[in-house]
Write a protein that binds this ligand. Structure first.
Ligand code: ADP
Length: 256
């Protein structure tokens, strides 16, 4: 608690009263802590690929006699790490952009149309893994007051995860149901699932379940943090049901 006493004096400097301003700064301190932890995490996450890139560039520069195979392998690592850096920067910018845009929009977005656009760009990813990727809507148009880019990002991040964390020949199913008072989006897969103890943490920034399990699967750990922010900005809520090795379902509920 922050206390700011102010003395009130008359023209002859006689004290005639005082004002005490008492402010509860618990929330301010909490937000400040989250912000500074975020900066520390961002710095760490950006430094890791950069250090790797620098290291391999130095090695290549200082050794003229590296054989072609090794050289190509090092260049491959530099490329992967640069791509990771770019994804991290994109996600960090997206997160701060969504956080900053608290204002409600007047735009009306059709969830069906927007999802179909996302389906078209993610279809190839599913095909590569021979995943059975289907969708169902209970109406031809499902309108909502929301920024279309945000809705696109929401679908993209959830569907991308569903495809990423599902093995070959798996199933990814998306359903959008327009009910009288709300809209429900289900994104379901029969992939690797999430351990129960990790479920409460998956929406945290940079949180990735079991680094070893995820090592080969690219990701920044920001996808679900972005989704959560978008859902909250629409006064909705998001929940998850998941069983290890059986699959995961994300359920987004949005008010109409
Ligand atoms: P990432 O970039 O690692 O995918 P996210 O924030 O999108 O980051 O997700 C956080 C973690 O939640 C992931 O690392 C993954 O372990 C887990 N996760 C998210 N979606 C799924 C899913 N559909 N199936 C299994 N695990 C998932």
């Amino acid at each position: 608690i922050k206390v700011d006493p102010i003395r009130l004096e008359d023209e002859e400097n006689m004290i005639i009263g005082s004002i005490i301003n008492i402010e509860d700064v618990t929330e301010k301190i909490r937000l400040e802590k989250i912000r500074s932890e975020f900066v520390v995490n961002v710095t760490h996450e950006l430094k890791t690929p950069l250090t790797s890139i620098n290291g391999f560039v130095e090695t290549l520069k200082n050794n003229d006699d590296i054989d072609k195979e090794t050289r190509d392998r090092f260049l491959g690592i530099i490329e992967t790490e640069s791509n990771r850096l770019r994804r991290l920067i994109d996600d960090i910018l997206m997160l701060s952009f969504i956080e900053g845009s608290k204002q409600k929009t007047d735009n009306i977005t059709d969830l069906v149309q927007t999802f179909k656009e996302v389906y078209d760009v993610t279809y190839g990813l599913a095909q590569n893994k021979k995943i059975d990727y289907k969708y169902h809507f209970n109406k031809e148009k499902i309108l909502i007051r929301a920024n279309k880019d945000h809705i696109k990002q929401l679908f993209l991040n959830l569907v991308d995860n569903a495809i990423k964390y599902t093995q070959e020949k798996g199933i990814v199913f998306v359903e959008i149901i327009d009910k009288d008072d709300s809209i429900t989006i289900h994104i379901k897969d029969n992939g690797i699932g999430i351990p129960q103890e990790d479920i409460p943490r998956i929406f945290e920034r940079f949180y990735r379940v079991d680094k070893a399990r995820n090592k080969k699967i690219g990701g920044t750990g920001l996808g679900l943090a972005i989704v959560k922010h978008i859902v909250l900005s629409l006064d909705g809520n998001i929940s998850v049901n998941s069983k290890l090795n059986e699959g995961t379902e994300f359920i987004v509920q949005l008010p109409k």
